[in-house]
Design a protein around this ligand. Structure first.
Ligand code: BES
Ligand code: ZN
Ligand code: ZN
Length: 464
């Protein structure tokens, strides 16, 4: 989508429909002003606007234009400026991001209609032409496009997004960036005792991959990096503890954390972020078969700690254990885990915020703040020491579910506490359970399917 800025007001032609904002109308409607067709779009009252609603305005513009099959639209910058959301660049960046996010749909497997897709081709913003705004809009678009690329990976059906394909897609996506990529295969993983990742992958004919991405943006190459770890379960059937009923639906998206890490690194490279950032994605498929991991099996993880598997469906935390151990070799300043880890996080928070877990209160507050500003909302749950007894193993060191039989209580917390057992050496550690934000909510003007969390939050973090 092209976004053009102009200081002239006479940009309308027959192919372009103007849009104006109104607090008074209850639904979008066409009006004729000065002989021009203007689409009026409902916005919240100015005094009530916050970042949450500000993100919805550009999205509703796109959604409304799509509904009316308008390809080119024009907006008045003073209208946008009047919302007083903060400084003009922040507003422009947010508009750039959300225009792009609303203009995305997963059409890779659909036949193109004769009249073409109803995506918006062009937006003209007039009444303002300054480089700072132009640049902020452009930057917003890049962030939006990369978030969409993350959504595209997540939306892929399980059969089209195996660990192998994730590697290929990542290789392709990092072309034209300066990211270094390494991939460990099964043999290399065996050599370094990455047994937890291998154990989860055992039941599938698809071989596991461990993806390593490196962005050295700091002046000093030796500067301690931020390590981002993303759960890359390309399909979560549950394994021998197979998911029942509708539980397996959307489990092609169980690599959403991995996709977010891949595209955050690409963004860091594209935006020239002056930090060292490492991305780690353990990629596996979890399937039931004669070779599967069994309930009761005990895995000797890469850290040396043994994992007692009481439920093969709690597989994400098992692969994250080894990924965190692997991260130690980078001597990181901060480690961030991103994973669609538990259905329990959805029970706790609904669909509108990811759950975050950290021992560091300042870091937690920072994530809340960046979450609010970026639109990737997060909310903290406890990571207290007291919970640790609940994941003590009976025959092994740690148990991968709550060790009081048949209890689902505190599921999101226990997932986090389990992974934390492998992350105690890091100076700062935070885990984001993005299961609640895996797919979009009906009223946020995004297409159904993957929501792209938390790419926008992570890039804000790396920028600051
Ligand atoms: N990938 C799922 C969690 C999930 C569920 C993400 C729904 C998004 C939407 C995870 O691997 C899982 O199966 N977790 C179990 C854990 C349980 C066995 C302790 C769960 O949430 O039920
Ligand atoms: Zn699972
Ligand atoms: Zn899973």
């Amino acid at each position: 989508m092209k976004i053009l800025l102009s200081d002239k007001k006479n940009v309308f032609d027959k192919k372009i429909t103007g849009i104006s904002f109104s607090e008074k109308i209850s639904e979008s409607k066409f009006v004729i002003k000065d002989g021009l067709q203007i689409l009026e779009i409902k916005i919240p009252k100015k005094e009530k606007i916050n970042w949450r609603q500000a993100a919805l305005i550009p999205r509703s513009i796109i959604a409304t234009a799509k509904k009316h099959q308008i390809k080119k639209i024009a907006l008045d910058w003073p209208d946008i400026e009047a919302m007083k959301m903060g400084n003009s660049q922040d507003v422009a960046e947010s508009f750039g991001i959300n225009f792009e996010m609303a203009n995305y749909e997963f059409v890779a497997f659909k036949t193109k209609p004769k009249e073409g897709w109803d995506f918006i081709d062009e937006i003209q913003i007039f009444g303002y032409e300054k480089n700072d705004i132009k640049n902020a809009l452009k930057k917003g678009q890049i962030i939006g496009q990369e978030t969409n690329a993350c959504r595209e990976l997540s939306n892929m059906p399980g059969g089209e997004m195996t660990p192998e394909i994730l590697v290929q897609k990542t290789e392709k996506a990092i072309k034209n960036t300066r990211i270094k990529m390494k991939v460990l295969d099964e043999k290399e993983m065996k050599k370094i005792n990455m047994n937890a990742v291998l154990a989860v992958a055992k039941g599938s004919v698809e071989k596991p991959k461990f993806i390593i991405l490196e962005h050295f943006g700091a002046k000093n190459k030796a500067e301690k990096p931020v390590v981002l770890i993303g759960k890359g379960v390309t399909f979560d059937s549950g394994g021998l503890n197979i998911k029942t009923g509708n539980g397996m639906a959307d489990m092609n998206m169980d690599m959403s954390g991995g996709a977010a890490v891949v595209h955050t690194l690409i963004l860091a490279s594209k935006l020239g972020i002056k930090k060292n950032v490492i991305g780690l994605v353990p990629a596996v498929e979890s399937m039931p078969s004669g070779e599967s991991l069994r309930p009761g099996d005990i895995i000797k993880s890469m850290s040396g700690q043994t994992i007692e598997v009481q439920d093969t469906d709690a597989e994400g935390r098992i692969i994250l254990a080894d990924a965190n151990t692997y991260a130690e070799r980078y001597n990181p300043s901060l480690v961030v885990n991103v994973a669609t880890l538990t259905g329990a996080a959805c029970v706790a928070l609904g669909e509108r915020a990811s759950a975050i877990f950290s021992k560091d209160e300042k870091l937690t507050d920072l994530f809340k703040k960046y979450g609010e500003e970026s639109g990737d909302h997060v909310w903290p749950l406890p990571l207290w020491e007291e919970y640790e007894v609940e994941v003590k193993g009976i025959n092994g060191d740690v148990c991968n579910i709550r060790n009081r039989a048949n209890s689902r209580d505190g599921g999101a917390i226990l997932g986090a506490i389990f992974v934390y057992q492998f992350a105690k050496k890091f100076p700062q550690w935070i885990h984001i359970d993005i299961a609640p934000r895996m797919v979009s909510v009906f009223d946020e003007f995004l297409s159904n399917g993957a929501a792209g969390a938390p790419v926008r939050l992570l890039i804000k973090l790396l920028e600051k």
